[in-house]
Ligand binder design. Structure first.
Ligand code: ZN
Length: 320
């Protein structure tokens, strides 16, 4: 599993249409996701799980698309943000109807994740068979976005919603599961011997793009359709290794967060004190409440710096 925040990726022409006009700065995970996170947080600031000592503005960006392609992707983002994302996170709907823009949006996010990992050399150690599938997936997703094919074929897009949980029969569920499910943004490319997928977690919206998936029938209730469908809270089935992967990510996020420095904890404490009303109403606190309900003190201990002496305050070092 590879992780990145600031990959060393450079493009000299549009990564989607190969046009050579001036490149725009594009978000890998769309900016509306980060805006919502900031608005619904206890402090009004964001921190990436991997670098908890760094307050981030609005996620990772890269110059990779021409104006035409940037606008094309923005048009699907706008539809997804307004008709799906906001309706659900603001509690105005539990299920929405979608048309063509849903799969276009999903493919564009999976494509961006894979393209940036590829350009940053993060998947160069993959076996030849998977590299060939990656080339094919990138090409199919590009052609689909550019209107040259009607759907992405076997390079399917699967999306589902996660929410807070108050009870669980799953073994080994970490004490920050609700904070991970509802309050993290993450992108990744994941593989084992014969399969590979992209992962884009946008808060409660979890998106997987299939690159090589030998048993797609093990996924139930998650596949997005090309023309129309419904999306929302529903019963789904996922392969066990996908659930394990998400639980592992939650554990890593907890461990990373426990490395937060004393200086940064102090900043957070001051933000809390400055605006207790905002804190009480925030989604961050709602997620924490659910973890406490499920795990008691362990919910705090799991993400607390327990070995402060070994922790360095790398705020300055991380300030990019
Ligand atoms: Zn372009």
């Amino acid at each position: 599993m590879s992780k990145l925040l600031f990959p060393d990726a450079n493009f000299d022409k549009c990564a989607l249409c190969a046009g050579s006009s001036v490149l725009q700065t594009s978000h890998i995970i769309p900016s509306f996701v980060f805006r919502w996170f900031k608005d619904s947080s206890a402090t009004g600031h964001l921190r990436f799980g991997e670098t908890p000592n760094l307050r981030v503005q609005d996620g990772f960006k890269c110059r990779m698309l021409c104006t035409y392609c940037e606008q094309l992707l923005s048009s699907w983002e706008k539809k997804f943000s307004e008709i799906c994302f906001k309706q659900i996170v603001e509690g105005r709907a539990t299920r929405i109807r979608y048309s063509f823009w849903m799969l276009k949006f999903a493919a564009s996010v999976s494509w961006r994740v894979l393209r940036i990992f590829y350009a940053a050399g993060q998947i160069s150690d993959y076996p030849p068979s998977l590299l060939s599938s990656i080339d094919d997936a990138l090409s199919v997703w590009s052609n689909y976005m550019l209107g040259k094919r009607p759907h992405p074929g076997r390079y399917e897009q699967h999306m589902f919603l996660v929410d807070t949980v108050d009870s669980s029969s799953i073994d080994g569920i970490p004490p920050n599961i609700n904070r991970y499910f509802t309050r993290t943004v993450q992108c990744d490319v994941v593989r084992n011997e014969d399969s590979a997928i992209t992962y884009a977690k946008m808060g409660r919206f979890v998106l997987f793009g299939f690159i090589s998936v030998p048993s797609p029938h093990n996924w139930k209730g998650t596949k997005l359709n090309a023309n129309h469908g419904t999306f929302g809270i529903r019963d789904i089935e996922l392969p066990r290794n996908i659930l394990d992967y998400m639980l592992e990510n939650a554990k890593s996020a907890g461990t990373s967060y426990s490395r937060i420095s004393k200086a940064q904890q102090e900043k957070i404490r001051k933000s809390y004190e400055a605006n207790p009303g905002r804190v009480a109403e925030s989604e961050s606190i709602r997620a924490m409440d659910h973890d406490v309900r499920l795990f008691g003190n362990k919910a705090f201990e799991f993400t607390q710096p327990s070995t402060r002496a070994n922790t360095t305050d790398n705020d300055e070092g991380n300030a990019r």
